[in-house]
Structure formats: C-alpha cells, structure tokens
Design a protein around this ligand. Sequence first.
Ligand SMILES: *Cc1c(COP(=O)(O)O)cnc(C)c1O
Length: 407
Amino acid sequence: MPKSYITHLECSLTGKRDYAAGAVHNLSEAGRPLLSRYNLESLKSDVSKEEVWARPGGFWKWRELLPVQEDRNVLSLGEVETPLTRLDKAAAIFGHKGELIVKDEGHLPTASFKARGLSVAVSMAKELGLTRLAMPTNGNAGAALAAYAGRADLETFIFCPDDTPHINVEEAALLGAKIWRVNGYIDDCGHIVADGIEKMGWFNLSTLKEPYRLEGKKTMAFEFAAQFGWELPDVVFFPTGGGTALIAMWKAFDEMEALGWIGSKRPKMVAVQAAGCAPLAKAFEEGERFATRWENAYTRAAGIRVPQAVGDFLVLDALRASGGKGIAIEEDEIFDAQAAVGSSEGYMVCPEAAACFVALQRGVNDGWVAPTDKVLIINSGNGLKYDMPDSAGTLDVSQPIDFDGLL
Ligand SMILES: *Cc1c(COP(=O)(O)O)cnc(C)c1O
C-alpha cells in the first residue's frame, strides 16, 4: 500500500508547528487539539483522486492522507464504503422540496461512524508502541475502541455514564475491553481517565485530546465527496457532540481543495444538538467562539450528550465560515422524527441523526435551506443500538384468533 504523506502536526489554536509526526501526542502546549498536516503538493502530483477512489474497500483507501506509516500497523475489520440513500418521502414530511440524501454510517464495524476514528487512532497507538489505552465514551466510541484494540491485543479501559445505551456497554465488554459505568457525564469519565494516567500508565484516547481520531473521521467527507462526483452538497447536517466529526469534515474539504480534488464551494455545515445538551448551539446563537459547560445535560440521544468540548472553537469557526449554524432540537421531536422516518421510508436512523430531520424542517421554515438545496444528513450510527418503543400486541394461541381485531 502507499505511504502516508504526513509531515508534522500543529496547534489548532496558535498554529505552532513543531509537533513531530510519528511521535506520541495529546493536546498542544496551549491545551488545544493538534491537527495533522500533509505534504499535499507532492501528493497532488503523485496520485489522482480517481486512482485513490478506485481502490477496493472502505476508508483505508485514503492511506496517503492518514498518519499510519507501516502496513503491518493498519487494523481493519472489513470496513465498507457506506451507502447514500435518497429519502423523498421523508423530505416531503419535513417540508424540503429538493433532494434529501442520507449516508448510513451504521454499516461500519461496530455499527457507527466511530469506527473511522478509532480504527486510525488505535492503528497509530500500535505504531507508536502504546499498549494500554483508556477512554471516556457515551457508547459508540467505546465499542469501536474495544473492537480495534482487541484486534491489536492492546489493553483497554473504558468509562461511560451509567445510562449509556446498554448494548454498547455489553458490546465493548464482549469485544474484550474493561468497562465501567460511572454515575456522571462523559466529561466526568474523562476526568477519571486523565487522573489515572500516571498511576495506570495508560494513554488517553479522549476525542480531540489525541490527534488521530480526527484523521479517521475525516475519511467520511472524502468518501461522500467522491460519491457525489466531487461536487459537495449544499447543506450537511451532523448530530454534534464533541464536534470531532464536524471539524474533521471541514478539514477534509480544505485538504481536497488543496489537492485540486474539489473546488472552493463549501456546504453550509449545521451542528445539530439536543435541547437538553446544546452548548455549541447556544454559543453559536450568542456569537461566542468558546462554549461554556452545559449543566444537568440530558438527552436519550447518547452520542450528542457532551456538556463540554475541547474543540468548541473549531466547530464554531467552521459553522460560521460555512454560513451554517448550530441548532438545538427538543427531545420529543427527536423521537417523533425517528418514528416518522422509520415508518415512511423503512429507514432506521439513530436518535442523534433523527434530530437532523427536525433541524432540516426548521431550516426550510426559516429560509436557510432553499428548495433547490441538495441536503445531506449523516446517520452517524445504527438505531438498533438503542432501546426502542415496543408497540407490538400479544396473542393467546389457546384462544381463537380475532382477525378483525388485527386491523
Ligand atoms: C459520537 C456520536 C455523535 C457525535 O459525534 P462527534 O464527532 O462527537 O460530534 C453523533 N452520533 C452518534 C451516533 C455518535 O456515536
């Protein structure tokens, strides 16, 4: 396989550049995320987008734009290109006259887009010789970490809020991780990880507190750009928790433009949060560049229950530069939307992504989504990982069946 074109990393806040590739990193000296940089000039003349896109398989095809150097460190569990599906009936329900397309990240290993980030981050951990990893999670990231670390025989400690969807907790344990339920939020779990570094000798894989999960998540944007014929959609809705995916997509757009793979057009980026935990949407509305911690966070859309994000300013900068916005959706609207999409289209979205359909409706009503806009919603994970309403009836086989009663 081709080699990585990574050159160095730099601080996302100060731009300080002297962070070496191929070294163990967490945050920059300024306490902010590090961004990986590549020799895009050379890559541009060495390989075409068509050549890369024609490679078989999933996100590891973007190898030149990922940090892993050696083939033997690449951890793969059969990743695929995730499908785009047009949802015309859902578009009508939520009032959008143009195209509505959903990208289903539930097709990845461990059934969420977290596989992209953790596959790359754990491969890098292996390359860097780390053997013990720790991470806070709301569920999907923990499962993905357990899977890829299990494959690499790395020891894994995972901490999650005690109301994390139980399937994810059981999944991570079955895949070999040591996992604990904590009576707090994801940032409380993050403090346990940080506090244990010295005593436990583990590496902190918290999102954006190590640089390579971002790089993996970035492949989602390469992939949909190619799927759309290298013409980006007009609006992208993403259910936003820590914001890594949104930051990663924005970074991927810049890299693709520098490579001449796409032009300067950018989608409006819309960060969708739950009304019970909306620190980024609130900071957006208030014109702030940094968000304050959201107290008493609540939403059953676990993946977006993140009270405080270390990459807040990167999300908010991208939303503003794109002409998009941050938006908060009420809890009951989220679950009504999930049911509406499911029953009208036969399409299962996770609660986090369901919030995006309501956000689309807002955009249509308020005029920031135009009738001609091509809209992309990312279904960030498989809805089957969450408890679902059970409205099945029951029948007694010892009694005659009342068929009229089934109608
Ligand atoms: C993690 C997660 C999100 C949020 O992603 P960020 O990159 O943290 O913003 C959204 N949806 C699901 C299903 C998730 O697991």
